[in-house]
Write a protein that binds this ligand. Structure first.
Ligand SMILES: NC(=O)c1ccc[n+]([C@@H]2O[C@H](COP(=O)([O-])OP(=O)(O)OC[C@H]3O[C@@H](n4cnc5c(N)ncnc54)[C@H](OP(=O)(O)O)[C@@H]3O)[C@@H](O)[C@H]2O)c1
Length: 370
């Protein structure tokens, strides 16, 4: 059989109508000789998806969960950008890897609930699995050419979200609108609320664990409000390698899609402008969700992590709908972890989906279950 003549990388975007999906399309438009989009998927906004498909002349389109796996494994796809939120990305990510596709992974919950499965499928970060999250794209660049034995620890930075300086006594009155106003990044609602509770940064620690095979006690998180330093690697001799860039996801997306540095749409750092960079410790009392994610991850019960993540999806949706307060989210996460715990030590994909469904069901208010 004749192989394909080398041409642009054929990209499928899962989550095309979202923040990452649309920025990925900008990156692809900037590199028409290297990248071409051949498949698009989204969720409920079908009109927006149809519009994108017409603009990009793409006929392979999927809406909601129905055909994500077929789309991610299609013959005319070389690389799948997984940019849906929550557990939706897990099955298509594993299917794409099994079909020999490369995966650019934005969806962090895939590694939170199924990092062991992804690692078993492809090892960690590399050509097959390309991190899109800015901190992990940064780590990937810092670690290039570094012997694993030379790494003492790594550090991910956290902006601290919109409530970094809000008095704790005023947390009870936090509204959805306030939580959706992130100081540095424009993102979808789930990840923005997770950034306000800092559950997101806990997830990023889990991501780093699975992507780079690092034990949890060698992954630090540092508060850094300016979001210019994205990650740092401390070597055994005391040297620290950091990646700096203006906060712009198109840089990380492009690095994942092209698998090398190339001119990009992201703004350059301006060294002529005076600016200070600040670093501080994370206050765990301010961010109980972050503490729960870390404690659950370190506990090593993978089912508990699935339960916590399912609970978080539910809690964020309920908070945005005005059904629970911001400070109630942490308790739901803790309960989700308890409900998910004590299952198989290494859950299969089906186990993960089953635990996720069970925990969601058990967390529903009694009247919704009746
Ligand atoms: N945005 C960022 O800067 C950023 C940075 C790092 C990591 N991430 C991660 O990347 C992922 C996407 O984030 P985002 O900010 O781009 O989210 P977003 O703006 O909310 O977009 C989500 C996308 O996924 C689609 N979608 C939702 N449910 C789906 C389903 N069941 N089946 C198929 N498609 C579905 C949505 O379609 P509809 O429009 O039709 O609903 C939309 O296209 C998240 O896991 C997030 O944590 C994002």
């Amino acid at each position: 059989m004749m192989g394909r003549v080398q041409g642009p990388t054929r990209v499928a975007i899962l989550g095309a109508t979202g923040s990452i999906g649309r920025q990925a399309l900008e990156v692809i438009a900037a590199h028409p000789d290297r990248l071409v989009v051949t498949a698009l998927a989204a969720g409920a906004r079908r009109d927006a998806l149809r519009e994108l498909a017409a603009t990009w002349n793409v006929t392979r389109v999927a809406a909601a969960d129905d055909d994500l796996v077929a789309l991610a494994t299609a013959d005319d796809v070389d690389l799948v950008l997984v940019a849906t939120p929550g557990i939706t990305g897990l099955r298509p990510t594993l299917a794409a890897l099994a079909a020999g596709k490369d995966v650019a992974l934005a969806n962090k919950e895939v590694l939170v609930v199924g990092g062991h499965l992804v690692r078993a499928a492809c090892g960690g970060a590399g050509k097959r699995l390309r991190p899109v999250d800015s901190e992990h794209a940064a780590l990937w660049q810092c670690l290039a050419g570094v012997e694993p034995a030379s790494v003492r620890r790594v550090a991910l930075t956290a902006s601290g979200g919109p409530f970094r300086d809000r008095p704790l006594a005023a947390f009870g009155s936090i509204t959805a609108e306030e939580a959706l106003r992130h100081p540095t990044w424009r993102m979808g609602p789930k990840v923005t609320v997770d950034s306000a509770t800092l559950a997101n940064k806990g997830y990023e620690v889990v991501e780093a664990h699975w992507l780079y095979g690092l034990p949890y006690d060698r992954i630090d998180v540092v508060l850094h409000p300016e979001s210019v330093v994205h990650a740092m690697v401390e070597l055994v001799d005391g040297s620290v390698i950091a990646q700096l860039a203006e906060p712009d996801m198109r840089l990380a997306i492009q690095y994942a899609l092209l698998f090398e540095h190339a001119p990009s749409l992201a703004p350059r750092l301006d060294w002529t402008r005076e600016r200070a960079l600040h670093f501080d410790e994370i206050d765990l009392e301010r961010y109980p969700c972050f503490a729960h994610v870390l404690a659950t991850a370190r506990g090593g019960d993978l089912g508990a992590m699935v339960g916590l993540s399912a609970a978080d999806e539910l809690a964020v949706a309920r908070f945005l709908a005005g059904e629970i307060g911001f400070t109630a989210i942490a308790g739901v996460l803790r309960r989700g972890a308890e409900l998910g715990a004590g299952e198989e030590p290494a859950p299969t994909l089906d186990d993960v989906m089953r635990i996720d469904e069970r925990v969601r069901r058990e967390l529903q208010p009694a009247e919704a279950r009746a």
